[in-house]
Write a protein that binds this ligand. Sequence first.
Ligand code: TRP
Length: 443
Amino acid sequence: MRENWVSRAGFILAAAGSAIGLGNIWRFPYVVGTNGGAAFVVIYLIIILVIGFPLMVSEISLGKMTQKNPVGAFKALAPDTPWWLVGAMGVLSGFVILSFYSVVAGWGLAYVLKTLQGVFTVSNTEEIFVGHITQGLQPVLWHFIFMVLTTIIITLGVVKGIGRSVKYLMPALFVLLLMLVVRALTLEGALEGVRFYLQPDFSEITFGSLLSATGQAFFSLSLGAGAMLTYGSYLKKGDDVVSSAVWVIFLDVGIALLAGLAIFPAVFALGFDPSVGAGLAFVTLPAVFAAMPLGNLFAFTFFLLLSIAALTSAISMLEIVVSWMVDEKGITRFKATIGIAILIFILGIPASLSIGAVDISIFGISFFDFLDLFQERFLLPIGALLTSIFVGYVLKGSKLRLEVNQDSKKLKLGAWFDVLIKYVVPTAIGGILIAGWISLFSS
Ligand code: TRP
């Protein structure tokens, strides 16, 4: 028997748990920082509405309609066609993304310990960060610990493992984040950070920002890899998809915006540079914390929060792969979880080492950066593009919309949904994707 979420709130929490993760707390602020601030935030929100929302509804309802994993779902809806390959690519995405995601999550876990030890000062954080990630064995060990935590939750199953843990972890995350926002906003000089973050200057927008915003949207909403499809497959007939999708997007965007509101005021108040890139959360923030009263406590809170958010996302990536093995290959959940987790752990080892300990590079970039670029420029956008084409053209026009509307109590999808999924979403993704490849291969 396939498990079901215990309630609508159960599903929303789990899906929001998947969406909210390193993408919101680590990636979103640094991408905003390197893309000039507020104007980027506006572009990001537009992309979420126009591309993210229709895809979120589509993925969840493909899962709900078929009650299957990504491969099984496409097979059920388009038998004897190669469309199942879209699902297979999703399974590959879950596998690949988790391998390096877990490495970064491991840094977060390590930082929980470091903040407890109180090792940070205003001037040593870069040294500590670089020291840690290039150290070799240490980050691999933390990557291992993080994979073990993820594995334990997934072996317990959808209700007992995923459902129960998100019920406590998500509210905890929200409270911790609010504390940080209040702290940041009450620092002297915080206003300048708020301005950078919320007062748009559209001359800052380049094509590169558009590309980053799209990639960030897919990653943050867990779209394009069949994660939402998989979670949707544990919904029951009659469950409302549209309002759940709205909730998940609202929560995901809300937490990302709050994370920025916790970070930028603090960064400006203490005179740091918002555009340092991937180190923003790990280098700048600990320094920011070290410079303020009760800094250790807030730093500890922040990294605990980051680790919790990462965990509820990681379980959704592992679940994509596990649900495929359980449904399609008939392997028990326990065996599938352990086996896949070991393989993901192994793939993560060269990713972690390639950052500095050992020279492992592909096409002139480190193996870690290669995996990240591969998901951002190929796996997720192609997965999302093909999903929109499938829903718009293979499912024959408005089939999905009618199906969704049957169970939708308040919010109904109008014909505008067909326009979005058939024309707007595929052209937008296709255009951005191709332009992105051109810039990638000409650089
Ligand atoms: N959305 C998560 C984050 O922001 C990451 C994530 C979880 C994800 N599941 C996914 C990304 C599936 C792509 C595909 O951290």
